[in-house]
Design a protein around this ligand. Sequence first.
Ligand code: NAD
Length: 285
Amino acid sequence: MAANLLDGKVIAQKIKDEVSREIGILKEKGITPSLTAVQVGENASSQVYINAQKKNCETLGINYNLQVLPATTTEKELISFIEKLNNEKNVNGIILQMPLPQGVNARNVQSKISPKKDVEGMNPANMGMLVYGNLKVGPCTALAVIEILKSTGSLKGKEAVIVGHSEIVGKPVSLLLLQWPLDSATTTVCHIATKDLPFHVKRAEVLVVAAGKPGLVKGDWIKEGAIVVDVGINRLPDGKIVGDVEFEGASARASWITPVPGGVGPVTTAILLKNTVEATKWQME
Ligand code: NAD
């Protein structure tokens, strides 16, 4: 039987509707949330993201500002620019566009964004709040995975396996799964050094894959009835975009599966907007 599709656009729209409602409440109080994107140098690939961010913000009524700094900007100069934005009252969210020039340490710069304006959820203070289970804003893709899983029902006691342990996806997803309000999953994290990946994947009732390797997870590894969230985005030589999971084989066995594209991606964008509103509310406390 073919799996049900976890349509990211539908889930994203629900989040955006809620964000729009919250913006309405803020506007009644005379507050319009604003998001500032900081880009260093020109980059064609980040332009696509910037255009999408701008369009989404405009649709929901968030002020969007793009600040482009010269490609020669040093880490020190970028940090002082970020610190200036931290102190500007009419800047509610700051997003650092990737890639940054060579020699600029992205994590170091992100750690200088005020936690209350950290709409990507990558500041160590917000990462720390993940451990405490007390998040205001958090890493967008990891929160998107949780929103998608939440749409399928309770995970209480389920065997969850995550493939990938990056700071941006795998690690935060594992922490969020452990503390999912009231019903934690039993969580295993696999990575490049895992000895027998098929063994772990085959027993997963909930599978989240974020490795960046096309076709890494074979369709016949999927447990019957599993929920599969494929975070991977890989461009093949013929230009086709695929995930990390063999979609055809996996969807014949899973109960729920995300498509690539159209799964995690749109929900991640919606979470960025949600984080912007949450950050704005946090600054008002
Ligand atoms: P990363 O390169 O930082 O981390 C990859 C992880 O996969 C590592 O933990 C590594 O140990 C693990 N891994 C790699 N090969 C493996 C193997 N053979 N067996 C087991 N584990 C293996 O990547 P990332 O930033 O976490 O991104 C992962 C994928 O998700 C990429 O394709 C990226 O484009 C995609 N992504 C999508 C979104 C979205 O919004 N949809 C957002 C972020 C990342």
